[in-house]
Design a protein around this ligand. Sequence first.
Ligand SMILES: O=C(O)CCC(=O)C(=O)O
Length: 373
Amino acid sequence: MVVATPTQIHIEKIREVELPIIDLSAERSEVSKLIVKACSEFGFFKVINHGVPEDVITRMEEESYGFFAKPGCEKQRAGPVNPYGYGSKNIGFNGDVGEVEYLLLSTNFVSISQRSKTISNDPLKFSCAVGGYIEAVRDLACELLDLMAKGLGLWVSSDTSSSSSSSSVFSQLIRDVDNDSLLRINHYPPLILTNLKHTTTATTLDKEEDTSSSPFHHPHHHDHHNNNNRIGFGEHSDPQILTILRSNDVGGLQISPENGVWVPVSPDPATFCVNVGDVLQAMTNGRFVSVRHRVMTNPYKSRMSMAYFGAPPLHATIAAIPELVTQCRPSLYWPFTWSEYKKSAYSLRLGESRLNLFRILEDDEIALPEAKF
Ligand SMILES: O=C(O)CCC(=O)C(=O)O
C-alpha cells in the first residue's frame, strides 16, 4: 500500500500594524524614550524631521536612477560584486536570488571615487552625490545611536569641539575611521516588465512619476495582497549595527515579528526607516531586536531603496555592554569580532539566523528576544 506523504503547507499571515513614527525635532529625553521603546518592541521605526537635506537625497536618487536606467551591458561594467559593485538577482555567495539589481558600495570616499569610474559617465558627480548622502545618513545614524544610549542610561560624551557633538559606545564604532559601513542601492523592476524581459528600460518608465494615468497603474492594487508579487529580497536580518533605509513611494518592504507573520511597511519618501542590526541586538544583550524583513516586488511599479548599514571596524570586539548584563539577565551571546561575525554570516544562506551561532546555550531560562507586535 502506498501512503501519501502529507505535504507541508506554509501559510503566511499579513498583519497590519502601525509602526512608530518618531519626530526627531521633539524634546530629546522624550525622543530617547520613544526610540528605546521602538527598538525593544519592534526593532524598527520611522523618523521624521531627520535633518538630512532634501537636495542631498534628490542628488543621490537621481544618480541611482540614472545608473539603473542604463542598458544591462553597461551596468555589468560595474560588476560583479567583489566585494563591492553591481549585482543582479544573485544576493551573496550562497545561491540566494531575488528580483533585484543593486549597487553595493563601501562608504570609504577613495573606494567610492574608484568605483564611480565604472558606474557613471560623470564619476565626480556620482561620487560627490554618494559622499554627501553617506555623510548625512551617517550623522543621522550616530544621532539615533546616541539617543538610544541615553535612553538605556549609558554614558554619552558631549564634545562640542568636534563636528559630531556627542558620541556613545554605539556611535563611536561607526565614526571610527576603520568602520566597515556599506551603502546598498536596490532596484526592484516591476514584475510585469520583468516578465516581458524589458528590465533595462523599466526604470525610465516609472521613475517616481505619477502613474495614475499610465496603463501600468492599477488603482485597486494592494502591494501586499497581490498574489503576483514575487520575492525581491529574501527574508533576513541585517548583520550590522543600524540600518538607515529610504525608498521611493513604492511599497514592498515587510517585517516579520514572528515566524510566518509579515507586517507591510508603508512607503513614505518623507521618512527614513531605521532598523536594529544583529550587532546592536548583541551589544544591548537582547534589549533591542534585530527584526527579520524582506521585500516583495510590485507587479506594476519599480521600487528603489537606499540602505546605509552602519558597521564597526573589522577588528572591533562586539560584546554585551556591561551595564546591560545582570544576574537575572546574563550575557546572551559570546563576544565576537566584527570580522568573525561577517565570516560566519556570509557562509550561511540569507535567511538563516546568524546570531544564533554565537548564542550562549547553557541558560535555557532566558527567552530569545522577539519583536512584540
Ligand atoms: O529594499 C528594501 O526596502 C530593503 C532592502 C534590504 O533589506 C537590504 O538591502 O538588506
